[in-house]
Design a protein around this ligand. Structure first.
Ligand code: NAP
Length: 257
């Protein structure tokens, strides 16, 4: 039995991942944005070990979330699933004044990674759209460029792969990989998505819980258990270092080395 923490697990792929883990006999801690959402999740998933609360669009709440999650650990695996899409017509900022997609999709997994004891396995949710992501460290928050929501989403999902690969390089004791779940019928994926919910969760469950003989690898980008070639930027150690520096600057938290 493995102990697994899944972020953004009140709905969609994260909720399905938690349910699949529980069906497999694992211990699962879920995460919801608010007490109200947590109450709904506790009712929907009564077998969960716990549901921790925190809106990850705020840095102080991510810090509190990390503390709460750590108190319920240790974990064999953490699945960084929380995310928002690129549909906003205008650039939005969080209460910390940070562009919202970057904050939720990139800074939240970064800060949680930095504040939690390294588990043996880490999984970061990305998207096929990461291929179109462009690292622009001169304007990572669309402060000067015209707003393009889907480009900001693609950038954020590329940064998730960069983060997974950076952690794989810097933490040799942790198996850190990125997963494209496919186009899945969720609130984010929409009703026209081609793939069903279980398909979007299966690879993360496998990465988190399969025997070490199967999951002995790190720094890979997978879809349906198969290796994919990631955006070239993800393999570039200078891009990895610049992303870590940006995240450290915006969150005030270095990644422990
Ligand atoms: N669906 C797809 O086709 C697809 C494709 C590629 C990649 N992905 C990736 O897969 C992951 C899951 O996507 P999904 O389709 O399952 O999305 P979803 O159905 O919209 O679910 C997202 C989950 O994240 C939570 N969340 C969002 N913002 C939050 C915040 N500020 N604080 C706390 N929780 C927050 C949501 O909570 P609430 O329910 O309370 O809002 C929900 O539980 C994302 O990282 C996404 O980028 C999805």
């Amino acid at each position: 039995m493995s102990s697994v923490f899944v972020t953004g697990s009140a709905d969609g792929i994260g909720l399905e991942t938690a349910r699949a883990l529980l069906r497999g006999g694992h211990r699962v801690v879920l995460h919801a944005r608010s007490e109200a959402r947590a109450a709904q999740v506790r009712t929907a998933v009564p077998d969960a070990a716990a549901v921790v609360v925190g809106d990850v669009s705020e840095l102080t709440r991510i810090r509190a979330l990390a503390l709460a999650a750590n108190a319920l650990g240790p974990y064999d695996a953490v699945i960084h699933n929380v995310g928002v899409g690129g549909g906003a017509a205008r650039r939005e900022a969080t209460p910390d004044g940070i562009e919202r997609i970057l904050a939720i999709n990139v800074l939240a997994p970064y800060l949680l990674t930095a504040l939690m004891p390294p588990p043996r396995r880490l999984v970061y949710l990305t998207s096929g759209l990461e291929a179109g992501g462009r690292p622009d460290f001169a304007d990572p928050q669309y402060t000067h460029r015209p707003w393009q929501g889907m480009q900001a989403y693609s950038d954020s999902k590329m940064y998730d792969v960069v983060l997974a690969f950076a952690v794989a390089r810097l933490w040799p004791g942790t198996l850190s990989n990125a997963v494209d779940p496919g186009w899945i019928k969720t609130r984010m994926g929409g009703p026209n998505a081609t793939d069903e919910l279980p398909d979007g969760a299966e690879t993360q469950v496998w990465l988190a819980t399969a025997p070490e003989a199967e999951i002995g690898f790190t720094g890979r980008y997978l879809k349906r258990r198969q290796d994919l070639k990631a955006n070239p930027a993800a393999y570039d150690e200078s891009v990895q270092d610049r992303l870590l520096a940006l995240c450290a600057e915006l969150t005030g938290q270095e990644l422990p080395r």
